[in-house]
Structures are given as C-alpha cells and as structure tokens.
Design a protein. Sequence first.
Length: 158
Amino acid sequence: MTHTPTDATRDDFRTGQDAGGNGQISHAISRVARAHRGTAGQLLRRMGLYAGQELLMMRLWETGPQRQSELIKMLDLDASTVTRMVQRLEQKGFVTRCSDPADRRAVLVAATEAGEALRPEVATMWQELEDRTLAGVGEEDRAHLARILAAVERNLTE
C-alpha cells in the first residue's frame, strides 16, 4: 500500500511547520526521490534503457572506454549490479566489452555507434525530466533548491 500524504501534511511541509520534526523532511526527500526515479524510468524505457544505465553511458560518453572496475566505483554500485547492467547494454548493442590491452585481466567497456547515438536522446530525456520536476518553480526558487540540495548531498557524502 502506497502512503499518500494528506493536503495538511503537504501544507505543513511547504510552509515549514514541523520542519524536521518526526523525520518529515527525510520522508519528503524519499518520496520525491522515488517519484523522480519512477518518472526517469518511464522516460528511459522509450529508448530501451533502464534507470541507471544512462549514467553508465554518460560516463562512457564523457571519458571514452573505461575499465568495468572504474564504472563500479563511479556508479557506487556493487560489482554484480554493474556486470548485469553492462551485459544488458551489450545485448542491446549499446556497449562492447573486451580485455584491456594494458591488463588482460581487466574488462574494458566502450560505447558502440548505437550507444553514441543515444547521447542526444538521453540529453533530451534529462531536460524533459527537469522540466517536469520543476514545472511551476521560478528561477530564484530553482537556484535556492540547487544550493540546498548541494548542501544536503555534501552532508550525506562527506
């Protein structure tokens, strides 16, 4: 059963009443993150991708071929998850895997031509996701939100 906050709960959160009390902000962050991931997943499925795969592809687009071990570190996921992700992307023709010439024990992952062709679609998807996420939010509030989220991320990662 999915819990949907009441209008009063939403109003309390929006106005800052009881802010932080009983984990209300943490709960709101969790709900927003879940909704954001779900919407991203819907948009990615149009391209034949699942959530998270676009992040791996973006890394390959930015840096070129990467050792799978580096992708594991960058994505901060366990090895089996990244292995499955790479296998699925390879099955769809978006990446290739081969032995690293510098260390034959290491696996090198590279974007294929079909994978490179996804780049503009993924960029468009991320913009559509941001437009949906921030619809009705003014530029000043967007800038403020970006600063707050950066501070929250620092608190959780340092």
